[in-house]
Design a protein around this ligand. Structure first.
Ligand SMILES: Nc1nc2c(ncn2[C@@H]2O[C@H](COP(=O)(O)OP(=O)(O)OP(=O)(O)O)[C@@H](O)[C@H]2O)c(=O)[nH]1
Length: 203
């Protein structure tokens, strides 16, 4: 009997300080919230998800959003297959900085990496500064999925990680088929870009 397939996937949490990256991650992996302490340096957590008959072993790196850790944080972007990019719906600056984070992601990880955009703290409706439409528009322009989330109330957290995992899995499956068939007309990078364009069009 064939052993079930497994795939190790590196994901990175990115976004400004205090937007809720650590809380989103802890909610996802341990279904609880951490006692508050701003992330210093880098940490990671793991979680396994099943897609089809494959186990995806997610290794999720939690970076520090504070400016003084920026160089260290972005150094962990290299080699990541996916990013959870977070802003805080009660903080306009964190939303405006998403463009800069996207630039860092593309520079360090390439154009074809998978990203999901999250507008976190949607439980704080009375303090909202960024409309849901602005988040949706930005995500549409970037060609990436978007969710408003609450780590506090556990809204859309599992869904966001699942969408990201599925996108990475689909891409890996297609690339595997192509490699098995020894199709060498396309470079792997070209093909990944094509798949990303296709994913963006079908969103
Ligand atoms: N109301 C509400 N508060 C949240 C939510 N997520 C996080 N917080 C609060 O926001 C603050 C910052 O959360 P963190 O998860 O530490 O933020 P971070 O993005 O990891 O911050 P850095 O480690 O500095 O990069 C904490 O006080 C959390 O309790 C949420 O969904 N709703």
């Amino acid at each position: 009997m064939a052993l079930p397939a497994s795939l190790t996937v590196k994901l990175v949490m990115a976004g400004d300080s205090s937007v809720g990256k650590t809380c989103i991650l802890t909610r996802y992996t341990d279904n609880c919230l951490p006692s508050y302490m701003s992330t210093v340096g880098i940490d990671f957590k793991t979680k396994a998800v099943e897609i089809d008959d494959t186990t995806l072993k997610l290794q999720i790196w939690d970076t520090a959003g504070q400016e003084r850790f920026h160089t260290l944080s972005v150094s962990y972007f290299r080699g990541a297959q996916g990013f959870v990019l977070v802003y805080d719906i009660t903080n306009t600056v964190s939303f405006e900085n998403i463009a800069l984070w996207m630039k860092d992601i593309k520079t360090k990880s390439g154009e074809d990496v998978e990203v999901v955009l999250l507008g976190n703290k949607c439980d704080k409706e009375d303090e909202r500064q960024v409309s849901k439409e602005r988040g949706e528009k930005l995500a549409w322009e970037c060609g990436i999925p978007f969710f408003e989330t609450s780590a506090k109330d556990n809204i859309n957290i599992d869904k966001a990680f699942l969408i990201l995992s599925e996108a990475i899995y689909s891409k890996e499956q297609i690339l595997k088929v192509v490699e098995q068939n020894n199709v060498n007309t396309w470079e792997r990078g070209d093909l990944s870009l094509l798949i990303s364009c296709w994913t963006a069009i079908s969103l």
